[in-house]
Design a binder for this molecule. Structure first.
Ligand code: SF4
Ligand code: SF4
Length: 114
């Protein structure tokens, strides 16, 4: 059962949790392109090993084990998981669009050749 980042992260987003996670399953990190545009960070439910190391370092108590997640933030389980579900397809589409516009070397030239 993965840990979940809930509403209090919004507007704080200091990445203290990223620095202590032993499996690098909290994103986006500050060095990732989507960091600025995201309102909060998200825990990858597949990669999280439930160690709990991120919980005490969060300055706004935004991280919860699934069983401890307050009911009012129950939707954040899906919000965290959905962010990773979308990650697979969005970079793919972005790269394809960039390629068609001639913005960078085409990683998907087999699809563009029509
Ligand atoms: S519980 Fe452990 S593995 Fe899961 S996000 Fe927090 S630090 Fe990372
Ligand atoms: S430590 Fe808390 S507030 Fe900071 S990024 Fe992680 S979840 Fe958000």
């Amino acid at each position: 059962m993965a840990y979940v980042i809930a509403e209090p992260c919004i507007g704080t987003k200091d990445t203290a949790c990223v620095d202590v996670c032993p499996v690098d399953c909290i994103h986006p990190r500050k060095d990732e392109p989507t960091y600025e545009s995201e309102t909060q960070l998200y825990i990858n439910p597949v990669e999280c090993i439930d160690c709990g190391a991120c919980v005490p370092v969060c300055p706004v108590t935004a991280i919860f084990a699934l069983d401890d997640l307050p009911e009012k933030w129950g939707n954040f389980t899906a919000i965290n998981a959905d962010w990773y579900a979308k990650k697979g397809i969005i970079p793919f589409i972005a790269a394809l669009v960039a390629e068609r516009r001639g913005l960078k070397a085409p990683p998907f030239s087999f699809l563009a050749a029509q």
